[in-house]
Design a protein around this ligand. Structure first.
Ligand code: NAI
Length: 294
């Protein structure tokens, strides 16, 4: 299978990294998955194997395609193992300093033509690229959770990004069966900027005592027609991810009041109630199924 990038690296084997690994391997790329926590890579490989077996059982993928995808996916024991990658997609913690440090390291490992893409939800692509030797090879590549089901991907050029880099990422998104959308390098890009109204305003309604979160979710899901209510969505994303995104967008818009993050979300983060990943966020979860409000 011919793809735009034959070999790609993914840094960060969490929810997003493993989703991107799945669709990239299915599209025919050799995928090298790296994480500072080796057990996160092992969990991701086991999880993806189960995922593919399930797709085969349901008749959504043929046995040969499943076998081939599994064979294309490899654990990377160190960043050095990404040396032959034509593209590296970063899906690590949402912190500018950590992402910048990773990209600086990667630049010394991959070839000069390799593309370094960030899956950041809210940070400036221009800022991530600043200080690198080859900022023209850096772009935003913003997927959504769960990656195989959420088909949109934002392709973001920083101020110094070579347009050819975005063209390559756009073509590759299509090869993976996704719908690429060009977005400007602005806080939250398109989707997380527009989505501010959903989460932030819902938290405000709870803060003002107008309604409880389960009622807001029920109305927006069952009556208005969203797939998930705002609190269900925050639990799926992980409050440790969504709250820093809110903080980051608020700061970047110079403390614009309508983007102000909520102490209600901050409290859940402080209490380790991060959502599905900790089995408790706004709701409790048992075996992945949503239970009563927490
Ligand atoms: P996660 O917490 O599930 O996974 C992050 C992984 O990165 C962890 O396994 C961690 O060990 C690893 N990691 C941390 N620092 C590292 C480093 N320096 N080098 C290599 N690995 C490192 O996080 P998630 O949800 O996958 O998010 C990752 C990125 O994707 C963040 O930038 C987030 O804002 C963005 N994002 C998240 C979405 C979501 O709904 N969860 C949606 C779209 C983007």
């Amino acid at each position: 299978m011919e793809t735009r990038y034959n070999t790609i690296g993914i840094a960060g084997a969490g929810a997003m990294g493993r989703g991107i690994a799945q669709i990239a391997a299915q599209a025919g790329s050799t995928v090298r998955l790296y994480d500072t926590q080796p057990e996160a890579v092992q969990r991701a490989l086991a999880d993806l194997a189960t995922q593919w077996d399930r797709l085969q059982e349901k008749g959504r993928m043929e046995a040969g395609a499943v076998q081939a995808a599994k064979q294309r996916l490899h654990a990377a024991g160190s960043l050095q193992d990404l040396a032959d990658c034509e593209l590296v997609v970063e899906a690590i913690v949402e912190r500018l300093d950590v992402k910048k440090a990773l990209f600086a390291q990667l630049e010394g490992i991959v070839g000069p033509e390799a593309v370094l893409a960030t899956n950041t939800s809210s940070l400036s692509v221009t800022a991530i690229a600043n200080g690198l030797q080859r900022p023209q090879r850096v772009a935003g590549y913003h997927f959504f959770n769960p990656v195989p089901l959420m088909k949109v991907v934002e392709v973001i050029a920083g101020l110094k990004t070579d347009p050819a880099v975005c063209e390559g990422l756009t073509a590759y998104a299509r090869q993976m069966g996704h719908t690429p959308v060009q977005a400007q390098d602005t806080p939250g890009f398109i989707v997380n900027h527009a989505g501010r109204g959903y989460g932030t305003e819902a938290l405000r309604i709870v803060g003002e005592g107008v309604a409880d979160f389960a009622t807001i979710d029920r109305i927006l899901r069952d009556q208005v027609g969203f797939r998930l209510g705002p609190f269900e969505l925050m639990d799926l994303t992980g409050l440790d991810v969504s709250h820093p995104v809110m903080e980051s967008i608020y700061r970047q818009y110079y403390d614009e009041p309508r983007y102000r993050p909520s102490p209600i979300a901050a409290q859940r983060v402080a209490g380790g109630m991060l959502g599905r990943k900790t089995a408790e966020g706004f709701y409790r979860y048992a075996e992945g199924k949503q239970q009563v409000p927490a």
